[in-house]
Design a protein around this ligand. Structure first.
Ligand code: R5P
Length: 290
């Protein structure tokens, strides 16, 4: 047996489930802090001659989580791992995917490149907007997608006719293929972002079906979906469901959305609304490393 799945507390139950399905050992990564807040990590199994897959969701304090993962990868390397793979259920910093203003940070490129000690980075639905292929940002990175799991979930749960709505042009890469599989109409809104918290969507001309399911990759402040919900309601939608892949859900995001819609996310970021389990996707992806 040459594979070990290692993980941090946040993704422990997902990682354990994946390890159990693959019948490979699971190892906790213990994180302590020194008084000045520097980290000290311990990997709870010997990685010597193993392929080590580190599963981490790096939302909620992403800069800190990135460092934890980097240090964990370093442990595996130092103690003789044959391969070190990061499976990022959420990979942060991906929205800053170009220089937006003069002399600002093109973060996705530089953050990915921090993972030089890793043999591979597998990211679940990273935010790819202007750069469509994550391999172009960093050659050792690849993406995997939850689209099939989301389509299966929607198919099982919603039997009435509905329209799929993408709240902005980036969401098309999820909304359109899912609508295609489900053979449903898809409407994509146009959004302008003025800052991290200020956005505006363009109104549409057409009327929508009574049931609308919105799909977006990241739900952070919830403002993108709240704006789309307003437009959908204005155009005839009565029963609304918001499906997010990565539920960062900061501040009152759930409240903003749940006022008008049901909220469901995948468990790439564990939480109260994480009803779509990505374990089967991770198991399928990692099987070949056994
Ligand atoms: C942006 O391009 C993403 O696809 C999401 O639409 C965005 O990150 C959502 O952010 P918020 O919930 O803060 O509007």
């Amino acid at each position: 047996m040459s594979l070990i799945i290692a993980s941090f507390p946040e993704t422990r139950s997902l990682a354990k489930k994946v390890a159990k399905s693959l019948r490979v050992p699971y190892a906790d990564i213990k994180v302590d802090k020194f008084p000045d807040s520097e980290f000290h990590l311990v990997l709870k199994k010997n990685p010597n001659r193993k392929k080590v897959v580190i599963i981490s969701s790096m939302a909620h304090d992403p800069s800190q989580k990135l460092l934890e993962v980097l240090l964990a990868g370093g442990i595996a390397r130092d103690y003789g791992a044959r391969q070190v793979i990061l499976l990022a259920t959420y990979f942060p910093y991906m929205r800053q995917d170009k220089h937006f203003i003069k002399y600002d940070s093109f973060s996705s490129k530089h953050v990915l490149r921090l993972f030089d000690e890793f043999n591979k980075i597998i990211a679940v639905d990273p935010h790819l907007h202007r750069v469509h292929n994550i391999g172009k940002l960093y050659s050792k990175a690849q993406k995997i997608s939850t689209n099939k799991l989301i389509a299966d979930y929607i198919k099982k749960r919603f039997k009435n006719n509905f329209t799929i709505l993408g709240p902005d042009s980036e969401s098309k890469q999820w909304a359109s293929p899912i609508a295609r599989v489900l053979k449903k109409e898809v409407v994509i809104l146009d959004k302008t972002r003025f800052s991290g918290t200020r956005i505006k969507q363009q109104d549409i001309k057409q009327e929508l079906a009574k049931n609308v399911i919105m799909i977006d990759d990241i739900i952070s402040t919830g403002k993108t979906l709240a704006g789309a919900l307003k437009i959908a309601r204005h155009h005839g939608a009565k029963k609304l469901v918001c499906v997010g892949i990565h539920g960062i859900l900061i501040n009152n995001a759930p409240k903003l959305i749940r006022k008008y819609a049901e909220l469901v996310t995948t468990n790439t970021i564990p939480g109260k609304y994480a009803k779509i389990d990505i374990a089967p996707l991770l198991v399928d992806t990692l099987r070949k490393y056994k």
